[in-house]
Design a protein around this ligand. Sequence first.
Ligand SMILES: [Zn+2]
Length: 102
Amino acid sequence: MSMKKGEKRGQPQRTCIVCGSKRAKAELLRLALDEESKVCLDYRQRYRGRGSYVCPRPECLTRVKLAYLEKAFRRSLPEGAWNPALTMAEALQRCSVQFQEQ
Ligand SMILES: [Zn+2]
């Protein structure tokens, strides 16, 4: 896959939706929306549609709020779209299932 024009050499940069720090895309966790507009963890960073990014550290992960996600995805999300109690395993599985269905 070739790089998009306009991107600097090396990794494209993305911004964490919680702390606002810019990092290489590969250093952040990508969140995507599944068919039901629920947030899933797109660990392969390939899930279709708009993504939002968060630092892979507890300080940011535990402070993800629906409002941040709505801003990042530029749309309103249903209540429960983001479940802070969702375990990593569940979040991962959600996107894995979607991958297999494609
Ligand atoms: Zn962060």
